[in-house]
Design a binder for this molecule. Structure first.
Ligand code: AHG
Ligand code: MN
Ligand code: MN
Ligand code: MN
Length: 335
């Protein structure tokens, strides 16, 4: 059992021994993500000052171009990881291709690659609604010391070593797993320190919340339509409550704490849905399974999918185990 009020820094050191692989390197990597998260948190908190400090596309008083926050977050995460020379490759939702990193120190033969969604829910920034960052860590499959290649990034989610997210909400939280349960840390902004506030996070086995962009209802497959009607039916503990923020990280986080299901199905206007397998679905699926929840494409586990391209999209059903299983039943029935 983890002690509350432990700082994230202490927690990383105390739990190094539970890491499956070279613990020191993974600890440094999580520390770098912790640092980048604080920098991005600072930027996100200033977003409301856009009228004062200038909007994206404007030039500020120093003659610098103001950047969109998702581009800025992308740069902060990538620069932090590159500067600290702890990964051999990075792929990001905001980059067309993966980045191969050659360390200047020959003794540093880094094994890990990172995939990130630097700012999730970016359409919510302008309206002061929670956004997030998602990260996913794998061990490379190509030989150490050589440049990384696409196959290092196209690993199934099952191969993840660690995954997590940061939610920039009413409080800023960092939630992550290294395959030994899920723990949540809340930032004390006055001190710049993350404290263990949510040890051993778990999805309730079932819940009463469903989260889906229902405006797309007419475009959904029959199985999803049937499941939504099931959620709305007056019977037993139903109808369920509908909650949809439009930031995957925030919707997931609420559902993990309260019990619920998140759905982003395919539709007649988006053949594979919208969410990206590598930057969004796999890391959230790893966290969900580690928190006793479930993540599916409607027919089977997300983490069993063998990726074929970096920016691949997949239908996503994720949350409390019993609710995801029920949604799968409806999908199967209308196949
Ligand atoms: P991103 O901002 O990283 O591109 O991701 C947005 C995603 C996800 O966060 C959210 O759940 C979903 O888009 C919302 O999409 P709709 O507006 O189509 O519902
Ligand atoms: Mn996203
Ligand atoms: Mn994004
Ligand atoms: Mn985006």
């Amino acid at each position: 059992m983890h002690r509350k009020n432990t700082t994230l820094g202490e927690f990383i050191i105390e739990n190094q021994s539970s890491f499956q692989y070279s613990s020191g390197e993974l600890s440094k990597l999580i520390n770098a993500i912790r640092l980048a998260a604080k920098v991005v948190n600072h930027e996100v908190n200033k977003a409301g000052l856009v009228d004062i400090i200038g909007a994206a596309g404007d030039t500020n008083i120093q003659g610098e171009d103001q950047q969109k926050l998702d581009v800025l977050a992308n740069e902060k995460f990538i620069q932090t990881l590159i500067n600290r020379e702890i990964v051999c490759g990075i792929a990001s939702e905001e980059e067309d291709d993966f980045i191969s990193i050659n360390s200047s120190d020959e003794r540093h033969q880094n094994k890990y690659i990172v995939l990130i969604d630097p700012l999730d829910g970016s359409s919510n920034i302008d309206v002061n609604v929670s956004v997030g960052t998602i990260f996913s860590i794998y061990r490379r499959v190509t030989p150490i010391g050589t440049p990384v290649s696409l196959e290092d990034f196209l690993q199934p989610g099952r191969a993840q070593i660690a995954a997590g997210y940061i939610v920039y909400g009413t409080s800023t939280m960092l939630v992550y797993t290294t395959g030994d349960g899920v723990n949540g840390f809340t930032l004390n902004p006055a001190l710049g320190t993350f404290y263990l506030s949510h040890p051993n996070l778990e999805f309730p086995e079932t819940g009463k919340i469903y989260s889906v962009n229902e405006g797309n209802y007419v475009h959904f497959p029959q199985g999803v339509k049937d499941y939504i009607k099931y959620c709305q039916k007056e019977e037993g503990d139903r109808p369920y409550t509908s909650r949809y923020i439009g930031s995957l990280v925030s919707d997931f986080h609420r559902n993990m704490i309260k019990g619920g299901i998140y759905l982003y199905p395919k539709s007649s206007i988006a053949a594979e849905g919208k969410l990206r397998l590598l930057y969004e679905c796999n890391p959230m699926a790893f966290i969900a399974e580690q928190a006793k929840g479930k993540a599916s494409n409607g027919f089977g586990p997300i983490m069993d999918i063998k990726p074929t391209e970096l920016h691949q999209r997949v239908p996503f059903f994720c949350g409390s185990k019993k609710m995801v299983e029920k949604a799968e039943e409806f999908m199967q029935a209308s196949k």
